[in-house]
Design a protein around this ligand. Structure first.
Ligand SMILES: Nc1ncnc2c1ncn2[C@@H]1O[C@H](COP(=O)(O)OP(=O)(O)O)[C@@H](O)[C@H]1O
Ligand SMILES: [Mg+2]
Length: 364
């Protein structure tokens, strides 16, 4: 049963540090997603686990055993490569049953596994087709079927859904999760799509520039991110810079730009500390009463999002914010002046990073 441990693992390509002194434990049976901007080291990390690359430093243990000298083919894992690498001269069936054939499984088992894997991705009727005649989506599904047909206990999926249409992508990610859970597999699912990362996983790893920024359950990362980068990368968010004005007891008063003030829950800070406030768009609303915990602003744009409306508001503090409200909400239009109410309970507070907020939020 695979439990994977990375201890101080680094991978350098010349001067490029693709993965920097990384520690990570993946539990047996866990569905782990890895998310982060393009180039942050996600693919490199899973290539180290699979043995495609050798790490420059550190140790990788599977079930307590150092696997440095175990070649990829003996690591008992199924791998769906980023950018689908199917064998072009083999049919869908031959691609899917590649591992069972190489490993010389009995015919009956090979056929059953191949059929089960293809049925799962809805490709059974395409079994005699060659990859060149398939759509990008069908190729990607073949790659998934091929990885499943290894019957390995660890499955590594590197951007496995990126070539699929939005609708299929959503359906298939739940299928993937269901399957992994049903078969008791351990899965590592790499994606740059934060929504996919959160919806599919038990735990999610957020990476930036070769390092793990934060690991948590999807809900922790969304509701209580510990880092500004996570708050920004995972879901939509609003950031306001301010400093501690005073702490009169129950709430702590924060001074924003242009003599605007908000209250947040009491914290371990002192007057004058530079902070960043963070809220999700669905936790803001409009109010009429000036005595509430609110900041005035002007609506710049209204977007129809299907199940809700998204208002882009420029606050008097010169901070742009998003406010998501139900459609039934009393209509507010671009150009209207509004009061934006902040719920102190849903407002997170971060120390203002010394390098500046913009720098921390940068994805590259
Ligand atoms: N074979 C390679 N040779 C040199 N640099 C590489 C190689 N593979 C990846 N890199 C570099 O390592 C960094 C991380 O890449 P990668 O792991 O592919 O990121 P991600 O999958 O998150 O987009 C990037 O700066 C990339 O250019
Ligand atoms: Mg990649």
């Amino acid at each position: 049963m695979p439990r994977i441990e990375l201890k101080n693992v680094s991978k350098r390509f010349g001067k490029i540090v693709a993965v920097n002194t990384t520690n990570l434990t993946i539990e047996d049976g866990e569905y782990l997603s890895i998310v982060g901007p393009s180039g942050c080291g996600k693919t490199t990390l899973v290539k180290l686990i699979s043995g495609v690359w050798e790490s420059t430093e550190g140790q990788i243990l599977i079930d307590g055993k150092d696997i440095a000298n175990v070649p990829t083919e003996d690591r008992d894992l199924g791998y769906v490569f980023q950018g689908i690498e199917l064998f072009p001269h083999m049919t869908v069936w031959e691609n899917t049953t590649y591992a069972p054939r190489v490993k010389d499984w009995p015919d009956e088992e090979l056929v059953k596994t191949g059929e089960d894997s293809l049925r799962l991705v809805n490709l059974l009727e395409m079994r005699e087709t060659f990859p060149g005649q398939l759509s990008g989506g069908a190729q990607q599904k073949t790659g998934i079927a091929r990885a499943l047909a290894t019957k390995a206990k660890l499955i590594i999926l590197d951007e496995p859904l990126s070539a699929l249409d939005a609708r299929v992508r959503i359906d298939l990610r739940y299928e993937l999760r269901r399957l992994v859970k049903r078969l008791g597999l351990t899965a590592i699912h790499v994606t740059h799509d934060q929504e996919e990362a959160l919806s599919v996983a038990d735990r999610t790893v957020v990476m930036k520039k070769g390092e793990i920024v934060e690991i948590g359950t999807p809900r922790q990362l969304y509701e209580k991110p510990r880092h500004i980068f996570t708050a920004n990368f995972v879901g939509e968010g609003n950031f306001l810079e301010g400093s501690v004005k005073r702490m009169p007891g129950k709430w702590c008063q924060i001074e924003l730009r242009n003599e605007q003030f908000l209250f947040v829950p009491p914290m371990d800070v002192t007057e004058g500390d530079a902070l960043v406030l963070f809220t999700r768009p669905e936790n803001l609303k409009f109010c009429k009463d000036f005595s509430t915990n609110s900041v005035p602003g002007e609506v710049r744009e209204v977007q129809f999002m299907g199940s809700f409306l998204r208002y882009e508001v420029m606050l008097a503090t010169d901070d742009p914010v998003l406010v998501d409200l139900p459609i039934q909400h009393e209509r507010v239009y671009a150009g209207d002046r509004v009061m934006v109410e902040f719920n102190p309970i849903d407002t997170l507070v971060f120390e203002r990073p010394p390098e500046g907020l913009r720098e921390v939020l940068r994805l590259e």
